[in-house]
Design a binder for this molecule. Structure first.
Ligand SMILES: [Zn+2]
Length: 398
């Protein structure tokens, strides 16, 4: 919070959105601003359509006197678009500013076709989804994109991805903004790009565990990656590489898609389990095939998933010891009872009891929607962050 007298409209909005102060009196108390100054700043937020009076009616004022009207974030003034790319499959959605999915589509889209084709297709999907949701393209405030590879979030470019040929260094933000405009005729909007495990972690933490100050999600599909949320923010490391645990060497001989040998992903990912099954004559070519076999209770698939869980659990013992998370969530194609059992076996054996005393190990709650929810939330947090609100209010002429 800035010094007294300099608290901005954006900071007041943040207090209301977070639920920390939702009446004029509470905002005065939280900021030290006068009633008149709070009123002036709120007036701008009302004129922008970003705030409304709460549906719950007046509540007792912290300053005494008459009951106060409550304020809430008005999520009806804009919508956000989100997409989550898998290697051969993608999901896209229109979401409300508070994270509700208003329209959704999933279908075949192969990242190996390259960014120009894939992002062009996503633009068209977005156009159709907006129609389905009954929203105009001009209402879209931004787009969030989850990709299965490492991302430099400052530029939005994918960096040396092992499973995304043709994407290295490509200007993903520019292409997706242009695809949206080509499909809808609306002006370009900001595009944010991040790694899929990061956005899944962000989506799950915010919707299910907002009070958990150290949250880890591990996605086990074609590859293996982890997202880390610390004190409500994504922890990406200095190069966006934090959580890229799939390429930790575990000493096996299998060749990994990154070019090295013995990576965790080469022995314990959905793709690795599919290869082992295929060697034994079970028809499986991908992590999603393994997912289907697990869902059908296939015994060999379950046994291999449990073994993969043990291998990942061994690495997670180090992760848990380093970060001491409250929640360790398993997501992706292998997420299920067999894999989770394997993770627990090794994790509790190898990690310090002190690091696991308050640890909850569980499977994903949002399932296949986690990346979409996280991508939408990232866009909203970016656009309504206090440091960006002033500029946006001025652009709206309020
Ligand atoms: Zn590797």
């Amino acid at each position: 919070m800035s010094a007294r007298g300099q608290v901005s409209a954006g900071e007041l909005l943040q207090l209301v959105r977070s639920g920390r102060a939702v009446t004029r009196g509470a905002l005065q108390q939280a900021t030290g601003l006068s009633r008149a100054t709070v009123g002036q700043r709120l007036d701008r937020l009302f004129r922008a359509g970003w705030l409304r009076e709460g549906a719950g009616g007046p509540v007792d004022s912290p300053l005494g006197g008459r009951p106060s009207i409550t304020l809430e974030f008005d999520d009806s003034h804009a919508v956000v678009l989100a997409a989550d790319l898998e290697t051969r499959h993608a999901r896209a959605a229109v979401l409300s500013l508070t994270g509700e999915i208003l329209a959704e589509h999933s279908g075949t889209l192969a990242v190996e076709d390259g960014p120009d084709v894939v992002l062009g297709d996503l633009g068209r999907w977005f156009g159709e989804l907006l129609e389905k949701a009954g929203h105009r393209a001009e209402e879209v405030c931004g787009i969030g994109l989850a990709v299965p590879g490492p991302v430099d979030t400052a530029s939005g470019r994918v960096v040396q991805p092992p499973i995304m040929p043709g994407w290295d260094g490509y200007d993903t933000r520019e292409r997706l903004a242009r695809a949206f405009t080509e499909a809808t005729g609306a002006p370009p909007v900001p595009v944010l790009v991040d790694n899929d495990a990061n956005l899944m972690a962000y989506g799950e933490q915010r919707t299910g565990f907002p009070d958990c100050s150290a949250f880890v999600l591990v996605k086990v599909s074609t590859g293996i990656g982890a997202g880390v949320v610390v004190d409500g923010s994504l922890f990406r490391g200095v190069d966006g590489g934090a959580g890229d645990i799939g390429h930790i060497r575990v000493g096996a001989e299998a060749r990994c898609r990154c070019g090295s040998y013995g990576c965790l992903a080469a022995v314990a990912s959905g793709g690795a389990v599919a290869r082992r099954l295929a060697e034994d004559g079970v028809p499986a070519a991908s992590g999603s095939d393994v997912r289907d076999l697990l869902a059908a209770g296939h015994p060999a698939a379950s046994a291999l998933a449990r073994e993969a869980g043990r291998q990942v659990g061994d690495v997670l013992a180090t992760v848990v010891t380093l970060l001491n998370p409250g929640v360790l969530m398993i997501a992706g194609d292998l997420a299920g009872t067999a894999f989770l059992t394997g993770v627990r076996e090794l994790l509790y054996q190898r990690a310090l009891p002190r690091s696991t005393a308050h640890l909850h190990v569980m499977t994903s709650r949002l399932g296949e929607r986690a990346g979409l929810v996280g991508a939408g939330a990232l866009v909203v947090e970016h656009l309504y962050a206090p440091e960006r609100v002033e500029e946006r209010l001025v652009a709206l002429g309020v």
